[in-house]
Design a protein around this ligand. Structure first.
Ligand SMILES: [Zn+2]
Length: 160
């Protein structure tokens, strides 16, 4: 692909050439013709400058699409290694397909972040009589998920 600046360089020397012809001719017809020629060269010059801008915009657009595509491909690769997992009735998180974590320390990922093409860990924050609470490590999301099946038995009425 030829760089538009090459064409602009050629036009610049054409303009110089037309100007030196203009400086040496004396008959009015040739003079008028070279003035018109200079004018046309200037028009061509601005048309090429516009093309250069368009060319740059297309290049920028191409690069951003390329980056988007590459991010998308990377995400698809990550997403294909994960699946949804119901930790208790009504609460779904994301786990890896080949998840080998123990029941005591499961590795969960946030389903909210996952739907936004982000893989964020869920940190176990506490376990009480309501269940085990996990919070998304992504501070923008920070969603809390509770595993209601995994809780400390309520001992309020116990005297043992
Ligand atoms: Zn999240």
């Amino acid at each position: 692909m030829t760089d538009p600046s090459t064409a602009i360089g050629i036009l610049s020397s054409l303009l110089g050439l037309a100007k030196s012809i203009n400086d040496t001719v004396t008959d009015s017809k040739t003079l008028a013709a070279t003035i018109e020629l200079q004018e046309k060269i200037r028009e061509l010059n601005s048309a090429i400058l516009q093309m250069q801008d368009d060319h740059q915009s297309l290049l920028d657009e191409k690069n951003s699409i390329k980056e988007e595509l590459s991010n998308r491909i990377n995400w698809d690769k990550t997403a294909s290694k994960c699946k949804t997992h119901q930790i208790c009735s009504g609460v779904t998180v994301i786990i890896e397909n080949d998840d080998t974590s123990s029941e005591k320390d499961p590795v969960y990922f946030c389903p909210n972040c996952f739907s936004n093409q982000k893989l964020s860990f869920l940190n176990k924050i506490k376990k009480d009589y309501k269940g085990t609470h996990y919070a998304c490590v992504n501070s923008i999301c920070a969603q809390v998920f509770t595993d209601h099946d995994c809780k400390v038995p309520f001992k309020g009425a116990s005297y043992g």
